[in-house]
Design a protein around this ligand. Structure first.
Ligand code: B12
Ligand code: SF4
Length: 525
């Protein structure tokens, strides 16, 4: 019996920007008695179904955007006589859908670090169940990824997770529901050991694949103090202290290492934290700006962000502390007007963000926005080719609408066209060249230009472009650019790099709320 793990994607570029971490974590969760799993990342190349034999097990991860391709992969694997198991955020939110659409034999909800091994052992023993509750594991139970199984010449950045969960509750995001609002932090020793594994292999660019790298704000600390909530204050301080310990250790790694993460805007007020990030070589962060007006921020429950000039100042503070910003902006909010598009891109340029993404409002399942929309649609559902629009991920990409929720004053095509213009304006060559001055040498300035163009192109090829001809052209171009760009990220492997010797630390008490792995439902096999 061979074990396959497949990361589904309709778009294969031959080279991928970031490693899909789950693939290498589940490889680590595969019992050694079953041998090394075969890893297939379709963002590099498509699965060859003929490699699957009857009796094999195929694990497939689905998020909402790749669910349809995931179900096709499940069908192909099932036709080859394999047992098909699904997991990932979409399967967690809709555990019945893989059975209805993707020939699932079993589904894992939640974290797979423990549950996946259990599924495989149960399958081997002929006692597998339909649904496994993987739960929300504590940080110390997260597994280190099996980087030894990675095709090192195919990725630009590797991804390491340091914390899971986010205390915020933005209306367009499901993370706080699926991953929980309580931050689950890995110990810094485990994170550093894994990063050393990667640097030894020749990876010096690492994405810290966290929901929110800044889980404790200065406001949280102040409120806990004002409320004399000693227990909460102690917990917040413990979480924060661990962040600083991690950053202090990151700072000791080889100087050529570059980290990148995702963070909330409030961190701009925390100079001590930003300085620690700079010392740790965390050179960039995706900051969810979302909207540039107070009404827009209110609409997405993100009124902890600032608007207007105050926002520009906040974004500039990151730069002042040596952290580059990838600003993330959403278009299509009910409060958006035609003038919002120009104002947003001008703000992004004025604030000096190094990269920017302008995404169309998408109601992701599990979010407040989705719940509201589903309710609105329930009386008289809109159908596209027989599929309710609230299940848009099941609509083939070629006919899938670009926008789902009608806007009060603009048509979907108007929003889409205006969004394209914003991308074009931000990524026009003179603007990119000006921004590229942030890197030291001509070689890196060229890399910056390539990366900017690739970023813009990959987005055009994966959803927001307006026609299929443009998508096809974008894909060919992105394939070529991705190959060239990867060369800039290559580094000399450092097999001589030593792992630090860690002082033992007292084990922490486990959180009683952490769900253990359970098996529910009737046996499937
Ligand atoms: C890092 C990250 C990125 C990175 C890297 C992506 C990559 N190549 O891996 C970047 C920045 C590129 C990115 C891009 C996008 N992302 Co993103 N991303 C994340 C983030 C923060 C962490 C993902 C991660 O690596 N986690 C670590 C691994 C170990 O955890 P995991 O994937 O959850 O896997 C565990 C379990 O789910 C389970 N599991 C997973 N698969 C399987 C399979 C089997 C068989 C089993 C048994 C178990 C199992 O076991 C694993 C270990 O416990 C998540 C947030 C999140 N909490 O998931 C969002 C998230 C996945 N992204 C999201 C979105 C929307 C996007 C974008 C569409 C954003 C955009 N507008 O462009 C793009 C899409 C890119 C694409 N085409 O895939 C959403 C997805 C929502 C949804 N319902 O699908 C999330 C949940 C964030 C959010 N705010 O809601 N993303
Ligand atoms: S968008 Fe970011 S800050 Fe908001 S809930 Fe999701 S992870 Fe947290």
């Amino acid at each position: 019996m061979s074990v396959f793990l497949v990361n589904p994607s309709d778009n294969s570029f031959g080279t991928a920007v970031i490693t899909p971490r789950w693939l290498f974590v589940l490889a680590a969760a595969t019992p050694a008695s079953m041998g090394d799993p075969i890893l297939v990342d379709e963002s590099i190349e498509q699965l060859d179904p003929s490699t699957i034999q009857a009796g094999d097990v195929v694990g497939i991860s689905v998020h909402t955007g790749n669910a349809l391709r995931g179900y096709q992969v499940g069908k192909l694997a099932h036709e080859r006589g394999a047992t098909v198991v699904y997991g990932g955020i979409h399967a967690t939110l809709f555990p019945e859908e893989p059975f209805e659409r993707g020939h699932a034999d079993a589904v894992v909800k939640g974290d797979g670090d423990v549950a996946w091994g259990q599924v495989l052992l149960d399958l081997q023993a002929g006692r597998a169940r339909r649904i496994y509750e993987g739960g929300k594991l504590e940080g110390e139970d997260f597994l280190a990824a099996r980087w030894d199984l990675m095709q090192t010449d195919k990725y630009m950045w590797a991804s390491v997770q340091t914390i899971r969960g986010c205390p915020k509750h933005c209306s367009f995001c499901s993370v706080w529901r699926t991953d929980g609002q309580k931050p689950r932090q890995r110990s810094f020793e485990k994170v550093i050991d894994e990063i050393i594994d990667l640097r030894r292999l020749g990876f010096r660019f690492i994405a810290l694949a966290d929901d929110n790298f800044y889980p404790v704000t200065l406001t949280d600390l102040r409120l806990a103090r004002e409320q004399n909530n000693h227990q909460r204050l102690a917990e917040l301080e413990r979480v924060r202290a661990e962040r600083f310990l991690l950053m202090a250790e990151l700072a000791k790694l080889p100087k050529d290492m570059v980290f990148y993460t995702q963070i909330t805007m409030e961190s701009a007020e925390d100079g001590e934290f930003l300085d620690a990030m700079r010392r740790a070589n965390i050179k960039g962060a995706l900051v969810g700006v979302e909207a540039v007006t107070p009404e827009g921020l209110k609409a997405v429950f993100k009124d902890f962000n600032y608007a207007g000039d105050r926002l520009v100042e906040q974004l500039q503070r990151f730069r002042e502390h040596g952290v580059h910003v990838l600003g993330s902006f959403i278009f299509g909010l009910p409060t958006d007007k035609p003038s919002t598009f120009g104002a947003t891109v001008e703000l992004a340029l004025k604030a000096g963000v190094t990269f920017a993404q302008f995404v169309m409002m998408t109601p992701f399942p599990g979010t407040v926005d989705f719940g509201r929309w589903e309710k609105e649609q329930s009386a008289n559902p809109t159908l596209v080719d027989g599929t309710p629009i609230t299940k848009y991920w099941l609509i083939p990409t070629a006919i899938r609408p670009k926008m789902f929720t009608p806007h009060p004053s603009m048509s979907s095509s108007e929003i889409s066209e205006r969004t394209q213009k914003v991308w074009d304006r931000f990524y026009e060559l003179p603007s990119i060249w000006k921004r590229s001055a942030c890197v030291p040498t001509l070689k890196y300035r060229l890399a910056f230009v390539f990366l900017s163009k690739l970023y813009r192109q990959m987005y055009a090829g994966t959803g927001i472009s307006s026609d299929s001809a443009r998508r096809k052209k974008s894909k060919t171009w992105a394939r070529w650019t991705a190959r060239q760009t990867r060369k800039f990220f290559q580094a000399r492997p450092m097999p001589e790099l030593m792992y630090p010797t860690w002082e033992p630390r007292a084990p922490r008490q486990k959180n009683a709320a952490t769900a253990p792995v359970q098996i529910t439902g009737a046996p499937a096999l």
